[in-house]
Structures are given as C-alpha cells and as structure tokens.
Design a protein around this ligand. Structure first.
Ligand code: SF4
Length: 231
C-alpha cells in the first residue's frame, strides 16, 4: 500500500502539482495532481519520470575521476583537493574568468545549488557564469533592463483575456511555455481559440504548437527583425 505525498515539479517554471507514491522509502510512481489549483492534473513526462532518474544506476553518487579512458571512484577529499589545485593553477596562469560554470534549469530551482554555485564563482572572482537562461532568453533580460531599468521586470501576455496572440519563434507545446508559467499549453491555446481569439505562429517551421491551434505563418530565417519593424 503506497503513501501519497503532494508536491510540485521543480524542473521548469510551470511548477506542476504532483502526487508522489511512496512505499517505505522508495518512490514507486509519480502522477499529476488532478486537484492542484494551478495545474489541474497536467504534468509532462520529465516530471512524471523523475523517480527513474533518481534510481538510475547511472546517477552520480560520489566523485569519479577519469583515468585514461576509465572512470575511478575517488574520495571527496581527493576530489576537492585536486579540483582546487587545478582551478588555482588555471586562474593563476590565465584569469579568473577562464573558469566558467553552467547551471541548468533544474539546478537553478534547487534551494542550495544557486547559492553555492554563485558563491563558488564569486569566491574565485569569475564572471563566466552561464545557464540555460543565458542561452535561450538573455535577450528578454537585456530588453527589460533597457526598457524598465530592471532585468526581472518581465511583461507576460494575459492569455485569458487576449484576443489576438502572435507567437514568434516559440514552440510552447514543447517548451511548456515555462517562461510564462503556463502549464498545459494545448488546453490554453484551444481555449483562446474557442472563445473567438486569433492565434498566429510565425516560424520558419510548422511547429508542434502550430498544429494544435491557430494559423501558421512561414517566415524566412533571420528576418524576424524586419517583421517586427513592420509593426
Ligand atoms: S511542464 Fe514538465 S518539467 Fe515543467 S514543471 Fe511541469 S512536469 Fe515539470
């Protein structure tokens, strides 16, 4: 008999409500929480399969060192000493910025990870901090800084009252519209259309989202800026 714990997925900003089925100290299943007030029973495979990731034999549980073409388990003390010496030697020969760190979305949602990751980089004096956000949405932060004076002031479309939605170069069915914190994009796109709203997907490719609702408008790659200028 499993015990059900209610929680939410920390992999992206949709923060889907989850029911985690636990037996003893083992997670045996994860289901979408149908009674969750915001996500109403929606969750994607990434959130629903997290226990397989947790129990995977490939999960890194202790420091491993590459020796030749093999990996060997080493102690924490050896790992920290050797990494510390290497970081010191690199920053001594080049500059602190020559040591870079990349933080993925799920790590960014951890409680301790961001504080320690940023702390490490500040400690060695490196500005080379990268994340999934610096890859796919640094333009949004830069524009917000120029327009509003603060990078995290982000205007979100009011999907529930929008009459015409133009989506340029985005594919919410796959991204789960995580930046806008809209779980279940298929439901919301169809709902917008059902109440008479118009949707246009402007994209060089007929995306998964364009197949769900609205109208697809092809655009030549690299010409988005001229499309925007026409407004
Ligand atoms: S959309 Fe998927 S990855 Fe994102 S919070 Fe929901 S279950 Fe997690």
């Amino acid at each position: 008999m499993s015990n059900i714990k209610h929680t939410f997925c920390r992999i992206c900003e949709s923060l889907c409500g989850l029911e985690v089925h636990v037996e003893g100290n083992q997670v045996v299943d994860i289901k979408p929480d149908t009674r969750h007030v915001a996500t109403n029973g929606f969750a994607c495979p990434k959130g629903l399969k997290q226990h397989h990731l947790f129990n995977s034999p490939d999960r890194l549980r202790y420091p491993m060192k590459r020796v030749g073409d093999k990996w060997e388990r080493v102690s924490w003390e050896q790992a920290l000493t050797e990494i510390g010496e290497k970081v010191k030697s690199i920053t001594g020969r080049f500059s602190a910025d020559s040591v870079a760190m990349y933080v993925g979305t799920a790590a960014g949602f951890g409680v301790l990870h961001p504080a320690f990751a940023q702390g490490f980089m500040q400690g060695i004096g490196s500005k080379s901090m990268y994340a999934s956000a610096t890859q796919d949405c640094s333009n949004k932060f830069a524009v917000a800084e120029h327009l509003y004076g603060f990078p995290f002031t982000q205007p979100f479309p009011d999907l529930f009252h929008t009459n015409c939605l133009i989506v340029v170069g985005a594919n919410p069915m796959v991204s789960k519209w995580s930046f806008l914190q809209v779980p279940n994009p298929s439901l919301h796109l169809k709902e917008l259309e059902r109440r008479g709203g118009k949707i246009f997907f402007v994209d060089p490719r007929k995306t998964e989202s364009a197949k769900v609702a609205g109208e697809h408008v092809f655009i030549r790659p690299g010409t988005d800026v001229f499309f925007y200028l026409s407004f």
